[in-house]
Design a protein around this ligand. Structure first.
Ligand code: HEC
Length: 152
């Protein structure tokens, strides 16, 4: 009797914490799309070049203040765990993980106040799962896998 009550309690506890954790997951669709829509899309939206085109004429696009296109989940993943892995993390880091202690040059776009920048960075960090500033070829297989960044 005691044992079965205990077993039920364990099940209740485990399932409650599981559903809490699931509700807490930061996803592209639920959280990230909105932040990027407000803060990044004027320069990285549907009118921007895909990374491939951008790379062919970086200086030209920079002069026009146009960055590569991050309008969809897959276009964004290029700079998360794709060919340009870690670029999102390098550009958005607040200086805590950079070699020179300076924030990445896109960090300022995360908000108008220190609080807003910190809150948005916190969300994005949680979404990425493992905040790693390394380049694609420097990332070990397990480090790459640790970058979760779920779509839904
Ligand atoms: C005012 C325009 C502007 C805004 C707003 C902006 N960016 Fe950028 N971004 C650029 C330009 C221009 C470049 C290319 C020049 C450079 O590399 O700095 C760039 C480059 C980048 C890169 C590097 C791409 C590569 O070549 O690997 C990342 C990542 C990035 N931005 C992320 C963001 C994020 C995330 C936001 C929103 C929080 C954002 N940017 C907001 C203009 C902008």
């Amino acid at each position: 009797m005691v044992r079965s009550i205990f077993a039920s309690l364990v099940i209740i506890f485990v399932s409650a914490s599981y559903s809490l954790a699931a509700g807490d997951t930061v996803t592209y669709e639920k959280d990230i799309k909105k932040i990027l829509g407000e803060k990044c899309m004027c320069c990285h939206g549907a009118g921007s070049p895909l990374m491939e085109e951008f790379d062919k004429n970086k200086d030209g696009f920079k002069k026009k203040i146009t960055g590569p296109r991050f309008d969809t989940y897959s276009n964004l993943m290029v700079v998360v765990n794709g060919s340009d892995a870690g670029a999102l993390m390098r550009r958005l880091d607040d200086g805590e993980n950079t070699k020179d202690g300076m924030p990445g040059n896109m960090f300022q776009n995360l908000g108008c106040s220190a609080e807003e920048r910190a809150a948005n960075l916190g969300k994005i960090k949680k979404w990425v799962g493992s905040w790693n500033l390394k380049k694609r070829k420097e990332l070990a297989e397990d480090e790459l896998k640790a970058i979760t960044a779920p779509e839904r």
